[in-house]
Ligand binder design. Structure first.
Ligand code: SAJ
Length: 424
């Protein structure tokens, strides 16, 4: 796009929520010719970002943030300002009743209500149950201002689809889906994303786009639940589930995902609940799959307890603790449930995870974490664990047991280093 055309499209954009999605999106838009204001209600976050420092770890984010920050195309504030476009990218966690906690979306919409003018565009990016954009965001704005979505202002839902650890790359290259309350709303939102997205952009209806997002993550959750169930069945037959999956996946239309110690993160374990939140169907496949995946950490903890049964003052060492490989995020990590169960049973637990900086779950250097340990529990296969020296590690341990929950290590190598190997 020529510089002139870019300038003609220049908008003032206010993004509410400076987390894993809002911040990278703000940087992208700020580096694509727009004037962006990043807003967050957490003053610790705004003061850190306002001083030019990141508060989250994500590959390649620092470079795009510093460019936008130094060019002054991205400014940070705890308060909203009048803008052409408002994008809501706040968390939508799950409450204790497995329902969407929409309080952050509600407060963001209430902030927008104070600033919005006729002709503006409002976009919800936060993953939400179907109907949220119109019935929560739209309603708050209409009730507060009298402005009607689709008539007086544009309203769209544009879900993020990026994979933590690859956010910057996927923000640009993934296809996007945009739902509008009407066609012009979808088109207005499309113009905004076109300024940095290289993937294709598809437009559809508002509720359709909301459910598309949930359907994607639910598909993945069900597939993982199937892999987990298959691993239990194969276990009963004494068959290696990894060998089964590898061979089944050679079929051109089969792609079974990997069984593991549970499903974590802020998306896959949550979105399936949003999809059924307002449905009258009972006993859904979606709910059963959730329950299968949620039962995994306890199964893993029980297996650990079986392995260390009979040892005096047993000690287990986690290799990796974050919810998935090569990220430092412990949110919703199934490792926490395994950890709590082992502690409850009087087991001493050490953690070695070079990606994590979390005061609650102190992680130690590899040697310290393995010293006098009875069992290494490979919870997540960070790349950094690929070249561990098992001969050296074995010398530090009291009992050289390895429970590899991800089929990450080479079993033969461990056996020849003198380890007893357990898998799932
Ligand atoms: N996991 C398995 N087996 C597998 C794959 C994953 O047990 O075969 C586990 C992981 O260890 C992890 C959890 O599932 O604990 C989730 O990890 P993930 O890599 O599947 O997904 P997220 O949560 O990091 O990102 C997902 C992505 N969604 C899809 O791939 C459909 C991402 O594209 C979404 O943008 C993101 O959710 C989101 O924000 O919704």
């Amino acid at each position: 796009m020529g510089e002139n055309k870019k300038m003609a499209l220049k908008k003032s954009i206010c993004i509410l929520g400076m987390g894993y999605i809002g911040l990278p999106t703000a940087c992208m838009l700020a580096n694509s010719g727009h004037d962006v204001l990043g807003v967050d209600i957490n003053e610790e976050i705004t003061s850190k970002l306002g001083a030019g420092k990141l508060h989250i770890e994500e590959p390649d984010l620092e470079a795009i943030f510093l460019k936008a920050f130094n060019d002054k195309t991205l400014k940070i504030s705890p308060q909203i300002q009048k803008s052409d476009v408002y994008i809501i990218a706040v968390p939508t966690p799950l409450n204790s009743k497995n329902k969407a906690e929409l309080s952050y979306v509600i407060s963001a919409a209430e902030m927008i209500k104070e600033a919005i003018s006729r002709g503006n565009l409002v976009i919800l990016e936060s993953t939400s149950p179907p109907g949220t954009t119109k019935n929560i965001v739209g309603k708050i704005i209409t009730d507060g201002t009298g402005l009607i979505a689709g008539i007086d202002y544009f309203l769209a839902f544009c879900p993020e689809r990026v994979l933590p650890g690859k956010i910057v790359h996927e923000l640009v290259n993934n296809d996007r889906i945009i739902g509008g309350i009407d066609e012009s709303s979808a088109q207005q939102a499309e113009k905004i994303y076109m300024s940095f997205v290289k993937g294709r952009i598809f437009t559809t209806g508002l509720e359709t786009s909301e459910i598309v997002k949930l359907a994607e993550n639910t598909f993945r959750d069900i597939n993982i639940a199937y892999a987990n169930e298959l691993s239990s069945i194969c276990g009963e037959y004494g068959i290696d589930v990894w060998e089964v999956i590898k061979n089944a996946n050679m079929h051109p239309r089969v792609n079974i995902l990997a069984p593991g110690p549970g499903v974590g993160g802020h998306c896959i374990p949550i979105d399936p609940w949003f999809i059924i939140e307002n449905s009258r169907l009972k006993g859904t496949l979606i709910e059963k799959s959730r329950n299968i995946n949620d039962s995994r950490p306890l199964l893993i903890a029980q297996k650990c307890l079986e392995i260390i049964a009979g040892y005096n003052n047993p000690k287990v060492t986690f290799l990796g603790f974050s919810y998935k490989e090569d990220v430092g995020d412990v949110r919703e990590s199934p490792a926490i449930s395994i950890y709590n169960e082992l502690i409850k049973k009087g087991v001493k637990v050490n953690i070695h995870d070079p990606h994590i900086e979390n005061a609650k779950f102190a992680t130690s250097e590899l040697e310290d974490a393995c010293r006098d340990s009875d069992l290494l529990l490979l919870f997540v296969g960070h790349k950094i664990f690929s070249n561990l020296n098992f001969e050296k590690i074995k010398l530090l341990m009291k009992n050289a047991n390895m429970f590899d929950t991800r089929h990450f290590f080479d079993k033969e190598k461990l056996l020849s280093s003198g380890f007893v190997y357990y898998g799932i």
